[in-house]
Structures are given as C-alpha cells and as structure tokens.
Design a binder for this molecule. Structure first.
Ligand code: ADP
Ligand code: MG
Length: 225
C-alpha cells in the first residue's frame, strides 16, 4: 500500500486566548492510494476543518502534512495553488454550480478558466464524466433545472475533471434524500473502483459512512476509530 497522504500531529485552533476554539488536537491520519474512506463524526467535530486543511485551502496551526511526497505545510501559496489544481478535487454539501450554465459548462468551467480556453478535449472528457454519472440526457440542461441529486452528480463530475488523485467530499449527501444519496455514493464507488481515485468523504451519517470501505471516526479533535 502506497501512502497518498499523511498528516501527523495536526493542530488547528481558531481565535486566541479565552475565545480560542481548539478544533484539531494532534490528529494523525494516513490515506493510501485508491482508498474510499468516510470521515465520520458529529456536527462540530472538525470534519470540514480537516478537509479544508487537506485540500490545502488553509494551513494547520501546527503539525505535518505531506501528499505525494510534498511537504504541504512548508509550501508557499503559489505552489499550493498549483498542487491543488493538479491533484485535488472538491465536492461540497451545497453543490456551488453556476445556475445559468449547463451541466457540461459547469463541469468544464474551472478547467477552461485555468487554461484560458475551452478545448474540444475538455468538452469530450466533461461529457464522458456526465454520462458516467448517469446524466447523458442532462448534458446541456441549465443546472438550475436539475434535481438536487443530479446537481450533486454534476459536482462530482466537475471534481473529477482534471483527473485528481484525491477527491475531498464534504457532506456530499447532506442535502439529499436517501435514494439520491445512495445513488451518489454508488457512483463515487464506481469511479473509485474503475479509476483508482482516492476519496475522503465526510459525513455525520453512519449509513452513508458504511458504504465506504473504511471509516475514520473523529471526535475531540482526534481520530478515535
Ligand atoms: P464539522 O464539519 O465536523 O461540523 P467544523 O470543522 O465545521 O466541524 O467545525 C469545528 C469547530 O470549529 C466548530 O466549533 C466551529 O464553530 C469551529 N470553526 C470552524 N471554522 C471556524 C473559523 N473559521 N473560525 C472560528 N471557528 C471555527
Ligand atoms: Mg462540516
């Protein structure tokens, strides 16, 4: 098993003095390449904080974080942005799609902005991902007209666009009914199996977590199980 990422002794405190919230308190965690893991914990247990740090969108107060052999605590902002764009995809609870854009436009938009143009290759990959998400007949729909589950599947396709090694999904099913949630999880499992993409999926829902091969339980700022 090759480690994809490793965090060790991670601390994150918001605020100072009496107002300080100590969210992560020496958390350590290793994810191997190709894992599909749930980050399970109640609301307020620090799941979003951890995913934000793992996504290189925020630095820990202290501790170490390496991914693909790179030290992501020492790295400077520009290097982090480049690393993030190449290696990490994000899915959020609220899909953050552009409502006036079609499903396909949403999937390829971040890539198009980054590369300064929209290529035929990008369109083809975006389309292919939407088909794999069961949205073949929704490719050119304005995203505002999609159901919640469909929007979230578009968001997963968007996260996969640049073939990231790691996808961080923060409560991706939190806003969905049970059936749509199961469908999103099944599609994620398929991508994980077929492409070997590593997924870390936060949830407070044990049923959703049980659909992952591994459950990482967090509480009191630490991994507890
Ligand atoms: P979860 O995602 O598991 O619900 P969070 O990581 O969002 O947990 O939050 C954990 C704790 O950290 C909460 O008490 C929250 O209020 C606090 N927190 C999160 N982000 C900030 C912030 N930017 N400033 C201050 N406190 C924060
Ligand atoms: Mg959260």
């Amino acid at each position: 098993m090759t480690a994809l990422l490793e965090v060790s002794g991670l601390y994150k405190t918001f605020g100072t003095g009496e107002a300080a919230t100590r969210v992560l308190r020496g958390l350590s965690l290793t994810l191997a390449e190709g894992e599909m893991a749930a980050l399970l914990g109640p609301s307020g247990s620090g799941k979003s904080t951890l995913l934000t740090i793992l996504g290189t969108l925020m630095k820990p107060t202290s501790g170490s974080y390496t991914m693909l052999g790179q030290d992501l605590v020492a790295a400077e902002d520009r290097a982090l942005t480049e690393f993030r764009n190449r290696h990490i995809g994000f899915v959020f609870q609220f899909h953050n799609l552009l409502p006036d854009f079609t499903a396909l436009e949403n999937v390829i938009f971040p890539t198009a902005v980054r590369e300064g143009r929209e290529t035929a290759t990008a369109r083809a990959r975006g389309r292919d991902l939407l088909v794999r998400m069961g949205l073949e007949n929704r490719v050119n729909f304005p995203s505002a007209n999609l159901s919640g589950g469909q929007k979230q599947r578009v968001a997963v396709a968007r996260a996969l666009m640049n073939q990231p090694e790691l996808v961080l999904a923060d409560e991706p099913t939190g806003n969905l009914d049970r059936e749509s949630a199961m469908q999103v999880m099944e599609l994620i499992a398929e991508i994980n199996r077929d492409e070997g993409t590593t997924f870390l999926i936060s949830t407070h829902d044990e049923k959703i977590a049980s659909l992952c091969r591994r459950q990482i339980v967090v509480g009191d700022g630490l991994v507890t199980g």
